[in-house]
Design a protein around this ligand. Structure first.
Ligand code: SAH
Length: 259
C-alpha cells in the first residue's frame, strides 16, 4: 500500500508569537513543508528547520493569490511526498479559516491528519485589547459571525442578529461596515450600544477604536482602518479602557529568548 505523510492543521494564534501553543511550536520544528496564510506572523517561520519548504498561499483582500482548489492540491501533493506537512493558519484553523474544507479533502484521500487548535482573534485577540467577550452582568454569551459571505451563499440576517443578547463579534466585516451598521440599527440595536474596532490584535501595531454603534461608521471612516480588524458590538466594550494592558512578554523578547 502507498504510504503518505501526515498533515497537521495548525492554528498560529492572533499574531503575537508567544501566544502559539507548545504543540504548534513542536509541529513547526518538525515540519518538512509549511503551507501558510497571510495572517500568520512570519516570525513563526523562523522556527522551521533549515531545509523545510515554506509555501505562502496567503490571500490578500481582493488579491486571491492561490485558489482554494490549488491549496487542496498542494496539500495532497506534499502529503504524498513528505512526512510532516504543516498547514498553518491565523488564529484557530476552524474559525473561518476554511480549515474544515481542507481536512475534508484529506479525509477523502485517506491522508492522516491532526488539528492543533489556536487562540482565535475573535476571543483572545479581543481580550488583549481589553474586551472580555462575556461578563456576568453585561453579556451572558457571544456570537462570532463573518461580515463577508461567499457569493451565492445566504447573507447574514443582520436584523435578526441585532435582536440577540450578548456580544457580537464580526470578522472580515470592514468592507461591509456601512451595510452592517445600518442593518443592525434597523434591526433595533440601540445606537448607544458600545462598539469597537480592534486592528492587528496582539501585534506590536495593535489599535482599538471605541465608540457606539451609532457613531461607528463615521469614526471608522476618520480612523483609517487597516486590516486585519475585528468589529465588536456589545456592552462589554464599555470595560475596554479599564481592562486594557500592555503585555509584559513582548514578541521581540520572546524571539530573543528563542534564538
Ligand atoms: N481563523 C482566524 C480568523 C480567520 S478570518 C481566527 O481564529 O482568528 C480572518 C479575519 O479574522 C480577519 O479579516 C479579521 O477580521 C480577523 N482577524 C484575524 N487576526 C486578527 C488580528 N490579529 N486582529 C484583528 N482581527 C483579526
Amino acid at each position: 500500500m502507498k504510504t503518505s505523510g501526515k498533515v497537521w492543521l495548525v492554528g498560529a494564534g492572533p499574531g503575537d508569537i508567544s501566544l502559539l501553543t507548545l504543540k504548534a511550536q513542536h509541529c513547526i520544528h518538525q515540519a518538512d513543508v509549511i503551507i501558510y496564510d497571510r495572517l500568520v506572523n512570519p516570525k513563526i517561520l523562523e522556527w522551521a528547520a533549515k531545509d523545510c519548504t515554506l509555501i505562502n498561499v496567503g490571500k490578500n483582500p481582493g488579491n486571491h493569490c492561490v485558489p482554494q482548489h490549488e491549496i487542496n492540491a498542494l496539500l495532497l501533493h506534499h502529503a504524498r511526498t513528505h512526512h510532516n506537512i504543516v498547514r498553518l493558519k491565523g488564529g484557530d484553523p476552524y474559525v473561518f479559516g476554511r480549515g474544515a474544507e481542507e481536512v475534508e479533502c484529506l479525509v477523502e484521500e485517506r491522508i492522516p491528519f491532526e488539528v492543533v487548535p489556536g487562540i482565535s482573534s475573535a476571543i483572545g485577540g479581543l481580550a488583549c485589547a481589553g474586551i472580555p467577550v462575556t461578563h456576568r452582568d453585561l453579556a451572558s454569551g457571544f456570537h462570532v459571525v463573518t461580515g463577508h459571505t461567499r457569493e451565492g451563499n445566504q447573507q447574514q440576517d443582520w436584523r435578526q442578529l441585532a435582536r440577540l443578547h450578548g456580544t457580537l463579534v464580526i470578522v472580515m466585516g470592514i468592507a461591509n461596515l456601512p451595510f452592517i451598521c445600518e442593518e443592525l440599527l434597523m434591526g433595533g440595536k440601540s445606537p448607544n450600544t458600545p462598539a469597537a474596532i480592534v486592528m492587528s490584535a496582539t501585534r506590536e501595531n495593535q489599535r482599538r477604536l471605541t465608540c457606539t454603534l451609532g457613531t461607528l461608521l463615521s469614526k471608522a471612516q476618520e480612523a483609517n482602518i487597516a486590516p486585519p480588524a475585528l468589529i465588536v458590538v456589545g456592552e462589554v466594550v464599555s470595560l475596554s479602557d479599564r481592562l486594557s494592558f500592555i503585555p509584559e512578554v513582548t514578541q521581540t523578547r520572546y524571539c530573543e529568548s528563542c534564538s
